[in-house]
Design a binder for this molecule. Sequence first.
Ligand code: MG
Length: 254
Amino acid sequence: MNLKKLFFASALLFAACGTIQAQEVIAHRGFWTISGSAQNSLAALVKADSIHCYGSEFDVWLTTDNQLVVNHDATFKGVTMQDATAKVCTAVQLDNGEQLPTLQQYLDKAKSLKTRLILELKAHKTPEQETRAVEGIVKMIRNMGLESRTEYITFSKHATKEFIRLAPKGTPVYYLTGDLTPKELKAWGCAGPDYHFSVFQKHPEWIKECHELGMKVNAWTVNKAKDMEWLISQGVDFATTNEPVALKAILKKK
Ligand code: MG
């Protein structure tokens, strides 16, 4: 084999290896299971980035004055996010002493980091609220120049459709609830399922089916080593975890 042929053979082998799905770690609500951090805090985003997570997940609500704030619980420390103004929401103190952030503050912090933004829009009381939220989110992400680093996830079927309709074509949108088959997700235009890992334990064949349909597979929230090992063995693309350091250590051993 001459040098030219060897080069092409190596390139082909490299390309073949490149098609094997990478397994990536997404920090669930950021990396908050260490001191100084808290779920959905700016510190949790920075810490997820500092350990080189593929992505950092966080949750977004629309307030009564049509502002976007970052928090997981519908009601947190006595404040119901979708029934309060942004001023009231952001007056809440997180467990690490930070104020509850607006989405704008979160993205300002993200701008200087590298981790991908796995933005979950929480299911709201009405489809109108969700549409307003999706419009606001997509616009803010565009204005911040973060379109290529952002993926959207949601439990809401309406919000899933709205992200697919309003985000730039090709933006990954994953659906979380677990009640749509791979074929249905494909027909909707989703990037794939982001389901609780127990759904894949019931339907392990869905992982291969998604890959055959050109979709990716994420599973949440995987915190125990045995569940991490199982999902890795099944070839999921991403796992969302409260324990990103432990998952990274398991992946490194593979
Ligand atoms: Mg979430």
